[in-house]
Design a binder for this molecule. Structure first.
Ligand SMILES: Cc1cc2nc3c(=O)[nH]c(=O)nc-3n(C[C@H](O)[C@H](O)[C@H](O)COP(=O)(O)O)c2cc1C
Length: 348
């Protein structure tokens, strides 16, 4: 069942328009001050960083997508080979299929083509309410020789699919318990609806090592699920959430401001290195992209490399034209926002 679902997800994302509708990432609201005289040589710009003992050539992440199907095997290898060549991080898709049935665990294994990348294992946080614990987390990490574990939060996706996992009670406690026991860092991410300040704060209290806001404006998982439904009522309910979620830029800005120094990853609808630059200037340490890399990943590693290398080159030009020699100086570059998102009621 998990295998069929993962294959359907790949087919739908590749063939249908599953972009969020009526909401954007919000990055179009931000502008850097152009520095007409940067006093730098373009070739001097250093995009590198070190995270959890791994050196990255650029602050990019191929976000968690797949595994557990035959076609996922080639996709993961293409993504990983490109990640190795580019010196960027990568996450595999949910390992639930392999953990449940021990099936197709090799479709997630990429270390032979990517020995040096920062690599993330993955399963849904809600699985911690379905019997998963330290043993499964250790198996997920060990299965792919990962450096860290990602737990994904996808309440909307679960709510709009038949048979979704809908008991999310008590999960902060379970995450906290896992974080205490697992010897590698635990990262918590959304899947395209965003993590806001309130949830991020509580996750920090649980001891997680990073949060990937995975905000709205890119792939919409309620749209993906809408395409899988035959029941008209379920289809309608899923489509109603096409514009749901915290825009990625808003999530990055507010979470980074509320939790200075805490590692925040930015993803969800990132289309190029200019948007990536804005996310980094807002305080993100890594910028992730998923769906834009899926098409190229069905072709060759070279196709993924070309697509993602463009992000890297664009980011280099952002640094040049903001007079930023490295990521630390990009974080100090002048960034303007054209309009505010005000809190209408409630607190953060
Ligand atoms: C085909 C596909 C499969 C995905 N599967 C997973 C998954 O198994 N686990 C996960 O945490 N996120 C998964 N995601 C979500 C992405 O990691 C990402 O958070 C989301 O797609 C938003 O990024 P984007 O707008 O760049 O696509 C998947 C995304 C795609 C496109």
């Amino acid at each position: 069942m998990h295998t069929e679902r993962k294959q359907a997800h790949l087919d739908i994302v590749l063939q249908e328009n599953v972009q969020a509708k009526g909401v954007t990432t919000g990055f179009e609201r931000y502008f850097f001050d152009h520095v007409a005289l940067p006093e730098l040589h373009l070739d001097q710009i250093d995009l590198g960083l070190t995270l959890w003992g791994r050196t990255l050539k650029a602050p990019f992440l191929i976000s968690s997508m797949t595994g557990g199907t035959e076609s996922a095997r080639a996709i993961n290898l293409h993504l990983a080979e490109a990640a190795q060549a580019l010196g960027v991080a990568m996450g595999v898709g949910s390992q639930r299929a392999a953990l449940a049935a021990g099936q197709l665990s090799d479709t997630y294994q990429v270390r032979r083509v990517a020995p040096d990348i920062l690599l993330f294992a993955n399963f849904g946080a809600v699985q911690l309410n379905e019997g998963y614990g330290l043993r499964e987390a250790e198996r997920a990490v060990g299965m792919i020789e990962a450096d860290a574990l990602i737990l994904h939060l996808n309440p909307l996706q679960e709510a709009v699919q038949p048979g979704g996992d809908c008991d999310w009670r008590g999960l902060y406690g379970r995450i906290e318990q896992l974080v205490r026991q697992l010897p590698v860092p635990v990262i918590v991410k959304e899947v395209g609806n965003g993590i806001g300040v309130g949830v991020a704060r509580r996750l920090v209290e649980c001891g997680v090592s990073a949060v990937d806001v995975a905000g709205a404006g890119g792939t919409s998982w309620s749209e993906v699920e809408a395409h899988r439904q035959s029941d008209p009522l379920r289809k309608r309910v899923a489509h109603a959430f096409a514009g749901w979620g915290l825009p990625t830029a808003l999530a990055v800005e507010t979470v980074c401001q509320a939790l200075p120094g805490f590692p925040v990853f930015a993803s969800g609808g990132i289309q190029d290195g200019v948007e990536a630059g804005k996310a980094l200037a807002l305080g993100a340490v890594l910028v992730g992209s998923a769906a834009p890399l899926l098409g190229p990943a069905t072709v060759t590693a070279a196709a993924v490399y070309e697509k993602f290398r463009a992000y890297q080159e664009e980011l280099r030009v952002v640094c040049f034209c903001t007079g930023s020699q490295d990521l630390a100086s990009l974080r100090r570059a002048t960034l303007r926002r054209v309009a505010n998102w005000e809190v209408l009621r409630g607190s953060e």
